[in-house]
Ligand binder design. Structure first.
Ligand SMILES: Nc1nc2c(ncn2[C@@H]2O[C@H](COP(=O)(O)OP(=O)(O)O)[C@@H](O)[C@H]2O)c(=O)[nH]1
Ligand SMILES: [Mg+2]
Length: 454
């Protein structure tokens, strides 16, 4: 077992040719449309030469120290003044991409930005591909893969929960969490190797089993955080289901705070389904009102009932509503399988016809029980993904973490030599997660303190 071997390079994104990095890229960095300020960003070996050609200020950009900015004019090929603005200068090694970077801040009109970008291209830059500045930051080793994904998460964050997780990811908190797990796996590997090399010495349990158990527990929590992370980023779908007149449409309206769905005492009012978005404790939620579940001869209503079942199957969470003011009738038996279901008793303001300690009681009329319902929804969606910890926020990360967990779990029950193989695979999966050579990071630190048979 070669402990010092680097993680399989095939697991890292390939740079097909280094030549991709010798060119200089340019793009408009601000959103389309008019704004007070717009930014054109240029990165690469010729970034400052491009700036010299496109910008006239008190000093030439290429003669200006990194971390400085110049005030001046953006000029076209024939000397035409395009706009006035700032040129920010970053030097290689101390920029976002790790390369020389010039950033032009102009007035944020589409016309100005288009001309400034065209000028940069004229001067030899090429249009940047999506994500290419961040890709360069990753290739320069300034970000790991999880951090690069966090940059995207920050750009796309629609809610505070999504922003918070992305910013934790960008800070390297996720990488640190993974490194901690990898350190425990490496510790176990080292103990196993010591055992194989010096069987007569014996290796204490706290060097072999304890770190493995810790790694397994940490990985389990990490894998569980993926659901919360993805839900906080992309939102959750919540289906309201129940018999006709259970109060589905009323509850949807009460949660929204306005009359989105038609409410009548006539059973079968909602025959189609409708969706409404709201933010629930920081989580973007789509509420789906469905047709009441019952056997019906009405063809349209029956189609709605089938649709309700399908919607419930695909939802992240199902609120199963039952009328508390009427004698209890069993919900149609085929509640979605496996999906998370919250049982809710409606019409709590009316005399109660039945009680059940496991259901939440709410009234759409008085609002009673709604705060508790919101809390329960939040708990069901975000669960106990620990507060303050970085979560997995992409399916790619979740997949890598799941693979690592499977290998660690396999290792627990295997003899040493086979366990060692599984643990190396687990480390490889973790280095996929961060896109970093986790082994090398942690091997030194662990072996510095590790002492065979002592
Ligand atoms: N008193 C009371 N009546 C309610 C409540 N929620 C719904 N209702 C009534 O129950 C009937 C059916 O409600 P609706 O929301 O249309 O049920 P749906 O068929 O499940 O969508 C209507 O007459 C509502 O006014 C509630 O919390 N309290
Ligand atoms: Mg309805």
């Amino acid at each position: 077992m070669a402990l010092s071997r680097r993680a399989n390079p095939a697991s890292l994104p390939r740079v097909t040719s280094r030549s991709g990095l010798t060119d200089t890229i340019a793009a408009i960095a601000t959103a389309p449309g008019s704004a007070g300020v717009g930014i054109v960003r240029v990165s690469g070996p010729n970034a400052l030469a491009v700036a010299d050609g496109a910008f006239v200020g008190k000093r030439r950009p290429s003669r200006t120290a990194g971390g400085r900015f110049l005030f001046g004019q953006l000029v076209g090929a024939d000397g035409e003044i395009l706009d006035e603005g700032l040129c920010l200068i970053f030097r290689g090694g101390r920029s976002y991409t790790g390369e020389d970077v010039a950033e032009f801040q102009t007035h944020g009109s589409p016309a100005v930005l288009a001309r400034v970008l065209a000028r940069a291209l004229e001067l030899g830059a090429r249009p940047a591909r999506p994500g290419e500045f961040t890709l360069r930051a990753y290739l320069a080793g300034r970000l790991d893969l999880a951090q690069a994904e966090a940059v995207l998460g920050l750009v796309e964050a629609q809610t505070d929960a999504a922003r918070r997780q992305a910013s934790l990811g960008l800070s390297g908190a996720l990488g640190a969490r993974v490194t901690r797990i990898a350190a425990n796996i490496t510790r176990t590997l080292a103990a196993i190797q010591a055992m194989l090399d010096y069987p007569e010495e014996g290796v204490p349990d706290e060097d072999r089993a304890a770190p493995l158990a810790a790694a397994e527990a940490d990985l389990t929590a990490l894998v569980q955080s993926a659901r919360a992370g993805q839900i906080s980023a992309r939102g959750a779908r919540l289906a309201l289901i129940g018999r006709p007149n259970a109060g589905k449409s009323s509850l949807l309206n009460a949660l929204l705070g306005y009359e989105r769905s038609i409410v009548t005492p006539i059973a079968g009012t909602t025959r189609d389904y409708l969706e409404a978005g709201l933010e629930l404790a920081g989580v973007p939620v789509t509420l789906i009102d469905t047709a009441g579940l019952r056997d019906t001869a009405d063809e349209i209503e029956a189609a709605g009932v089938r649709q309700a079942h399908a919607l419930a199957e695909r939802a992240d969470l199902v609120l199963a509503l039952e009328d508390g003011s009427e004698p209890r009738e069993a919900l149609p038996a085929d509640l979605p399988h496996g999906a998370r279901v919250l049982r809710v008793q409606t019409k709590a303001d009316l005399p109660t016809a039945w009680t059940d300690p496991v259901v939440l009681r709410v009234s759409a009329v008085t609002g009673a029980g709604l705060p508790e319902l919101r809390d329960a929804v939040h708990a069901a969606l975000i669960g106990d993904a620990a507060r303050g910890e970085a979560w997995l926020t992409t399916e790619r990360q979740a997949d890598a973490a799941r693979r690592a967990l499977e290998h660690v779990q396999a290792a627990v029950h295997l003899p040493d030599d086979l366990a060692g193989y599984e643990l190396e695979e687990a480390l490889r999966a973790l280095s996929d997660l961060t896109g970093r050579d986790v082994q090398e990071d942690v091997v030194d630190a662990v072996f510095r303190n590790f002492c065979v048979g002592k």
